[in-house]
Each structure stands twice: as C-alpha cells, then as structure tokens.
Design a protein around this ligand. Structure first.
Ligand SMILES: [Zn+2]
Ligand SMILES: [Zn+2]
Length: 133
C-alpha cells in the first residue's frame, strides 16, 4: 500500500482496493445507489441516458460497469458503445459483430505474412539464378 493520486479528483490518498480516495469512493456509492434505483424502475438504459437522468459522469458509469458494480440481479442493464463501431453493447469492449470481424482480420494478417514470406523467398531464388547467368 502506498500513496496515490485519486484518478477522479487528483487528491493524494492511501492506496486501497477501490482505486479511489475515500471521498470519491463515498460519492460512487451514492451514484451506484441512484443508478441502481433508476435501472430497477426503468429497466435497460444507455450510459448516456443514465448520465442525463442521474447526472453521474459517463466516465464514472463506464468504470462502474466494467468493475461489475451496476448489475441488477446479476444482469447488466446499461448499454455503452462498442469500441469499434459504436453499436450499444452490454458486456466486453466490442460487439459480437466486431468481435468476429476482428478475429478474421487477425487471421488475414497472419495469412498475408505467410504469403509475404514465400514471395520474398521466390524473389531471392530468382535473383540468385539471375546472378549465375
Ligand atoms: Zn478522489
Ligand atoms: Zn461493434
């Protein structure tokens, strides 16, 4: 445990598992309660909507979602934009569609690398033959 700067207000605080100074952590507990109430009353909502309704900063809402603090009966009801295409999602960082196209892209990159390798090999052999003439 050491002294850290609170990511929320910038004040120095003794490091603790919440990752926030006690003051901001107390605020978050209030926010968490407010958001929980809202979700129970209205069901699913976007981060934007929650921000409008409760006044809690989107950054804070997102952090709470990602640490699993805003589940209602174990279910995530708040949507936030996919990191890649902006479609609303409820878990992870990207939507299922981007998830599958992302892994396809990764595979394609690897295939290109293999092709690139064999092309180079071919060129080298070709120039060696040239040299012999
Ligand atoms: Zn703070
Ligand atoms: Zn997406």
């Amino acid at each position: 445990m050491g002294i850290k700067n609170c990511p929320e207000c910038g004040k120095l605080y003794m490091e603790n598992p919440s990752g926030l100074c006690p003051e901001c952590y107390a605020h978050e507990e209030v926010y968490e309660h407010q958001i929980g109430e809202y979700l129970r009353e209205h069901g699913k909502a976007s981060v934007e909507k929650i921000h409008e309704e409760t006044g809690v900063k989107e950054k804070i809402i997102l952090r709470m979602i990602k640490s699993g603090r805003l589940l209602v009966d174990g279910v995530s009801l708040i949507s936030y934009p996919c990191d890649m295409c902006g479609v609303p999602i409820y878990e992870g960082r990207i939507c299922a569609k981007c998830g599958s196209s992302f892994s396809k892209q990764v595979k394609e990159v690897w295939r290109d690398k293999e092709n690139y390798g064999s092309q180079r090999e071919g060129l080298r052999m070709y120039s060696k033959d040239d040299f012999k003439k």
